[in-house]
Design a protein around this ligand. Structure first.
Ligand SMILES: [Zn+2]
Length: 442
């Protein structure tokens, strides 16, 4: 027994335990990032679990039978805080600048870190080497070593991931890009780290994302820079929309395209909005279709056909993303990605409000009115029976009265609004869009 105790408290074993605690804290922290990516605050239990693991790890580093190692305590807390800040930056940047509530000073730091998120963790190599050398604490050295190994693995994983595919940029994409760049495409791409842009001999191409690469960081390109959605991402959004629609059809679930997706289909003649950042689909929980059957169905189909599925039960929606699910536990590292090609599947339930049959959802969307039970809803006959509408070369389910539905959500939906786009960038592209329309009419 004393032999086992001696091994467990040996420097090597306690360093290993500290390293394992770092891995657990890292994974728990990654899982927390799914909330800011979805513009939600992390839940209290999830935050407490991560904070608890971090505290245990720091205690393992700083406490020993010899007492408290204050230097190791300060160094480990400082190191993990800075590194986790770097890791969280892309997820924080997901929230559009128009509704971030974060001070601009902090915002410029997270923006910078997110732009270099593929490898920024490796910047901690220098400080880690100095700290590991200066502080003779094996447990601290164990934490520093495993943290940098994880950062190196994250960097190499997408360094070696699939090749990107060259897409031509369409006329309108180019028009908007040139307007935002004020004519200087090369300088603009350099300033904002748009690595996808290929300029050679006057031709402009886009090195597009695939299922094997990281997605284009288009939350930045659309929201901050006011560009159009990249052609690759548009193609994947379409695939995603039809994948989910076919799953729902197979399940026998009543569903319809919603929000910006419906707006694009109606106003833009079956197309996506030029600055679309996701696909919105709604589904009715009724009869055999329950929340559980929906979650089970999508978990199975997502695993089978290579789509990542995430469930937000308390908010009443499921997200289905274009990137394939990784193997556990590294699947959570996807929350470090700067972009995401995603579909939000929101559930509606039949209800009665003020004596009228309605379909209601838990989360507010546009200006959808409150129902008696505290949800948000529309009159049943506006949605049911669902119709079909042109959508990216095919047909997809839509509300029975799509225009009425859109008017409830957005008021005068014919009026173009660049929702979630930075105000200055939106004004620049508004002028370019108006000039183009005048051109077409003329
Ligand atoms: Zn892309």
């Amino acid at each position: 027994m004393t032999g086992v105790w001696a091994i467990a408290t040996s420097p090597a074993a306690s360093a290993l335990i500290a390293a394992a605690l770092y891995v657990a804290t890292y994974l728990s922290f990654l899982r927390l990032l799914r909330y800011p990516r979805n513009w939600n605050l992390p839940t209290l239990p999830a935050s407490l679990a991560t904070a608890g693991l971090a505290a245990i790890m720091v205690a393992q580093v700083a406490l020993s039978p010899d007492g408290l190692d204050l230097t190791a305590l300060v160094v480990s807390v400082g190191f993990v805080a800075v590194l986790f800040g770097i890791i969280a930056a892309p997820a924080i940047e997901f929230r559009p600048a128009t509704r971030s509530g974060i001070r601009p000073g902090i915002r410029s730091v997270t923006g910078f870190l997110a732009r270099h998120g593929d490898y920024a963790g490796l910047w901690m190599l220098g400080p880690a080497l100095v700290a590991g050398y200066a502080v003779p604490n094996a447990r601290l050295q164990g934490v520093l070593a495993v943290a940098l190994a994880l950062e190196l693995a994250w960097f190499l994983r997408h360094r070696w991931s699939g090749r990107r595919r060259l897409y031509p940029l369409g006329d309108h994409d180019l028009l908007v890009l040139k307007a935002q760049a004020n004519g200087d495409l090369e300088g603009f791409a350099g300033r904002h780290g748009i690595r996808e842009l290929v300029l050679s001999d006057g031709a402009v191409g886009w090195l597009g994302c695939t299922k094997q690469t990281l997605p284009c960081p288009f939350n930045l390109y659309l929201g901050r820079l006011g560009l159009n959605t990249a052609p690759c991402c548009r193609e994947h959004l379409k695939d995603l929309g039809y994948f989910v629609a076919s799953c729902l059809k197979d399940m026998g679930a009543v569903h319809w395209i919603d929000g910006g997706t419906l707006l694009g289909a109606v106003r833009e003649g079956g197309k996506l909005l030029a600055w679309e950042d996701d696909i919105d689909v709604s589904v009715l929980l009724d009869g055999d279709i329950t929340w559980e059957s929906l979650v089970t169905g999508f978990a199975a189909r997502g695993a089978q056909e290579g789509y990542f599925v995430d469930v937000f039960k308390n908010k009443g929606y499921i997200t289905i993303s274009y990137d394939p699910p990784g193997s556990w536990p590294l699947r959570w590292e996807r929350y470090r990605m700067r972009g995401e090609i995603r579909l939000d599947l929101v559930v509606f339930r039949p209800a009665v409000s003020h004596g009228r049959p309605v379909l209601e959802r838990g989360l507010l969307k546009g200006a959808m009115p409150l129902t008696e039970s505290g949800g948000y809803g529309v009159a049943r006959e506006i949605v049911l029976p669902t119709g079909m509408i042109d959508f990216l070369g095919g047909r997809i389910a839509c509300p029975n009265q799509p225009e009425t539905y859109l008017r409830i959500l957005y008021g005068d939906f014919e009026q173009v609004e660049y929702t979630y786009v930075n105000a200055a960038a939106a004004e620049t592209r508004r002028q370019a869009d108006v000039a183009e329309r005048v051109d077409q009419v003329g």
